[in-house]
Design a protein around this ligand. Structure first.
Ligand code: FAD
Length: 278
């Protein structure tokens, strides 16, 4: 059986202290042998230098890095130079995204959708990169309908993406239904569930509203009931994502992508509970 596709996501730290803490987290997580560490990229290139520095640190440690690259507000020239730099550093994975412009920032730019970026990367660099794109089992918040969203997802795959990583979700059925629908359209690329640890209810509720991930009522009620008791929130959150991840793997998901929030403890414990350490 193929080895599951495990990957861990970081955001780029903006201070030397953050960078040194992240390198510790990275060495702890490297022991789990992920396929790659991915690094987010602020829309409009807002974290370009920090993202590049974090990616290069990962490479210097001899590990595989998968930079995220968002295209909204970007020019072809600027993305061409980012791609060239990644190639120079022997980076072979990229997560291609549209991105969301901060409110008030004019859209501009030469790309509209992630599918345009995927096509551009293929045009410019052929098969150099393994390209992953985003998928939304609970439907992207701006989509006109689930059907349209699925059609647009297929456009990204047809443009040359090799695999997809999902937005996080807590409803396993949404994931499996999405994968079924994709198969119905002939999409056989791996669709890797994105798993979000729960550390703070207010933050999770804010993120979920913005990205269209549903927090089931029973989960919301439990989390609200813990108020400021962070230990209980984390313990409950860990149980929840352990069950979700176990179900994903048992029912055939091709791997897991963990939104680590630059922390190692939850992922290390999740791996222990899932028996994936060996
Ligand atoms: P797209 O695939 O372009 O889709 C965006 C919307 O447009 C959807 O509603 C889709 O249905 C619609 N659409 C697509 N094509 C068409 C078309 N031809 N006509 C009409 N409508 C169309 N954001 C960042 O800024 N930086 C990151 O590093 C980052 N990392 C992420 C990692 C993962 C795994 C995920 C799931 C998301 C990430 N995001 C990141 C967030 C992402 O940028 C947002 O969710 C964004 O709103 C959509 O990006 P997309 O690549 O899915 O866009």
């Amino acid at each position: 059986m193929a080895r599951p596709l495990f990957s861990f996501e970081f955001f780029p730290p903006k201070t030397p202290e953050g960078a040194s803490k992240l390198s510790e987290v990275r060495s702890q997580l490297a022991a789990l042998h992920p396929r790659f560490f991915s690094v987010t990229y602020g829309a409009g290139g807002s974290t370009r230098d920090y993202s590049m520095a974090t990616v290069l640190d990962i490479r210097q440690a001899g590990l595989d890095a998968a930079p995220h690259l968002s295209c909204i507000g970007a020019s072809r020239d600027s993305l061409r130079s980012v791609l060239a730099e990644y190639q120079q550093h022997q980076i072979r994975h990229i997560i291609a995204l549209r991105g969301d412009l901060p409110s008030g920032m004019a859209s501009g730019g030469e790309f509209r959708y992630a599918s345009d970026l995927v096509a551009f990367i293929r045009e410019e660099t052929g098969d150099w990169f393994n390209i992953e794109v985003a998928a939304y089992p609970e439907v992207h918040p701006q989509a006109q309908s689930a059907e349209e969203d699925l059609r647009h997802f297929k456009t990204k795959i047809d443009a040359g993406a090799n695999a997809a990583i999902t937005q996080y979700f807590f409803n396993a059925d949404a994931y499996f239904a999405f994968v079924e629908e994709c198969l119905g359209l002939g999409i056989t690329a791996p669709i890797i569930p994105g798993i979000m640890p729960i550390a703070n209810y207010a933050q999770l509720a804010r993120f979920s509203d913005a990205c269209g991930a549903e927090i089931p009522r029973w989960v919301r009620k439990r989390l609200e009931g813990y108020h400021d008791d962070l230990d209980s929130i984390r313990a409950f959150g860990l149980d929840l994502i352990t069950d979700l991840s176990a179900r994903m793997l048992q029912q055939g998901a091709p791997g897991l992508h963990i939104y680590t929030m630059n922390q190692s403890a939850v992922t290390l414990e999740l791996w222990r509970r899932l028996g994936l350490n060996t």
